[in-house]
Design a protein around this ligand. Sequence first.
Ligand code: F6R
Length: 614
Amino acid sequence: MCGIVGYIGPREATPVLLKGLHRLEYRGYDSAGVALVAPTGELNVYKCKGKVSDLERFLDGKDTAGTIGIAHTRWATHGVPNDVNAHPHCSESNRIALIHNGIIENFRLLKDALVENGYTFRSSTDSEVLVNLIEYIRTSNDCSLLEAVQQALKQVVGAYAIAIIEKDNPDRIIAARQSSPMVVGIGKGEYFLSSDAASIVEYTKEFVYVNDGEIAVIERDKPLKVVTLDNHKSRIDIKKLELSISQLEKGGYPHFMLKEIYEQPDTIVDCIRGRINEETLEVKLSGVIDNREKFLKARRIIFVACGTSWHAALIGEHLIESICRIPVEVEYASEFRYRNPIIYPDDIVIAVSQSGETADTLAAVELARKAGAFVFGISNVVGSSIARATDSGTYIHVGPEIGVASTKAFTGQVTVMAMLALTVARERGTISKEYHDEVARALIQLPDTLREVLKVGPQVESLAKIFTYAHHFIYLGRGENYPTALEGALKLKEISYIHAEGYPAAEMKHGPIALIDDEMPTVVIATPDHTYEKTASNIEEIKARGGRIVAVIAADDELVRRSADYTIEVPVITECLMPIVASLPLQLLAYYIAVYKGRNVDQPRNLAKSVTVE
Ligand code: F6R
């Protein structure tokens, strides 16, 4: 999705802005640009279609001087990706430059009114409408830029994070937010601005998160001021963020995705740190303990999430229903928010989101809060919108996930859900001590287990070479490994562009079996569990129809090994945690197939890391 960077201070702005844009590249984008107020007083705007490196080439030999600037990576919504639609956009007089993340839903209406007032437009974007609306209000009302921004934003319906600079004022950036992230980094005598704190973390660890309906007035050598659209002053709440630069770099791996797959033993250590007592095996998630009564009395748990986080929630459903005996529903946030769902005040709504910024999940949180439910967040990004909008919650603590395809966040989410289930089940008395301790022990040993699993890397790499020909894949699993199959298929399709479907293994006979032939491989999660024999029979059915099978199995499995064409052996741990184990070879398979197909693994086409528009 789009990214914003801004700088004001004593340094030359361009290097800071370009570095920030590079750090935002992982989010997916199709054009980039910068605007600077030069020492000569010129407002210089440079932008082009393509990558940040294309912008860097374009800047060669241009006047990029200036100690104030804003920069943007655009992920097209209104208007094709091209030079003209790239941000920044200038007002008609070329005195104001604006960058915008999000969507202005009523832009047509606003544009028509501006056209009637003589405005013409260079681009097809909604963002250019906003910058002209600001200019129109400013000139017709003869007001300050801040007042014009306040009035303009009151007319806007939609989501935005914007940053604005002005030709006539080299000492001020104005930034505002509604349903799209925006953070101000506080340096010594300088300010940084970003839609993602990670892009500016090398300059400062102190951040002010701009809230919905707020405008940050960032002025050179002055204290930061934050006001509402009605000009009420907001309190400045500085938060510290501990992130190291090494977490944002590839560390010798060819892609972030591979680094993040191999990081999982360590990220699980971080995820469970301080939450499981290794001696007593007591599991404590403080967000749950602090809200003990809510979890004790919960009538129902509703998970809301999108994509991979939704798959993790499906595994959470198995964990919570079987261990805590609380009914669970899992909803696509995008459907839930528009469905007029029944939400009881004693429901707990759990929003699951790696980024904590997904627009639909955030909207589902707001809906649930309005309905009076207790809303709990499971997110990765500290200080994210979902983390702040929920009543309570827990972080998965797996560190920044840069690869667009979610890997370590998925396993972190499932790990947190297992700890949540154990904490709640103990409080509710729905779990035996033996079983509780078995799962807790397996969680403590999980990092070592995953280290063992990752030894399949070279074998999966060779396997991947065999399957680059395939145009379609089917993934099958049962029980908690049905979501693992869905997740395996999603990983493959999003980074290799091979069509892949996940199904519950038994459901295959109700239609998908018609697709089976020797050209469509089937990946089956066939690790030992209470439906193992049934899965083994499904494998025979595929075999009988000429299908080629890749099976994820236990080392001592002889039955499935005989029927499958290829097997990947994984260690076996307690059944409810097997999705974590089984998902790693599937991540590796997707990764290597995509690499062999020459895909851009970390930034697959059309995809964005955090989906901040609907
Ligand atoms: C897939 C993937 C997406 C995200 C989805 C939700 O690999 O990353 O499907 O899971 O966009 O994002 P978050 O978890 O940030 O809400």
